[in-house]
Design a protein around this ligand. Structure first.
Ligand code: SME
Length: 161
């Protein structure tokens, strides 16, 4: 039996529109951070079939520590400035990486990952977490994904950190 998706639009823009609406709907009125991040990650993974892994790394002291995710077992703790996640957090900038092998210091949690995008979540000028997506395809994410995922990261910044 095949898995069913909550998404019906076939074009990227339409799917992201559905995604934004569904995230707002499933988190409405719920104050719990982990519950809301968990449902957001499940919806993002369902929305983007190219993503092999979707998850959050949460800033805990100096390190980024694994938070709610969907996908294979992943690295638990990422030191300051390490990997794509650490670079995004340190520079407070989205890292759009079409080929992870060309990114110096990329941390390969899953040897099959070929491209990645990491978006920082910033609250009061401080990074509280990053949203990380990996894909088994090269250049799976583009600037349209970046814009939409930055909108989600901005929404994440409004949660109870
Ligand atoms: N590739 C990331 C590590 C996290 S995994 O992709 C889930 C990095 O280089 O920071």
């Amino acid at each position: 039996m095949s898995e069913t998706s909550a998404f019906s639009a076939s074009d990227k823009h339409g799917r992201y529109q559905e995604l934004h609406e569904m995230i707002a709907a499933v988190t409405a009125g719920e104050p719990d951070l982990i519950a809301n991040l968990s449902n957001a990650v499940a919806l993002i993974k369902d929305c983007l079939p190219k993503a092999s892994w979707v998850g959050f790394y949460i800033q805990r002291g100096e390190d980024l520590v694994l938070g709610p995710f969907q996908g294979k077992v992943a690295c638990v703790r990422i030191g300051p400035g390490r990997g794509v996640c650490g670079a995004a957090a340190q520079q407070q900038l989205t890292m759009l990486v079409p080929d992870v092998e060309a990114f110096p210091g990329h941390i390969a949690c899953d040897a099959g990952s070929k491209s990645e995008i990491v978006v920082p979540i910033v609250v009061a000028n401080r990074v509280v977490a990053v949203l990380d997506l990996d894909s088994y395809e090269l250049a799976a994410f583009d600037q349209a994904d970046q814009r939409e995922l930055e909108r989600i990261a901005h929404w994440c910044g409004t949660l109870n950190w």
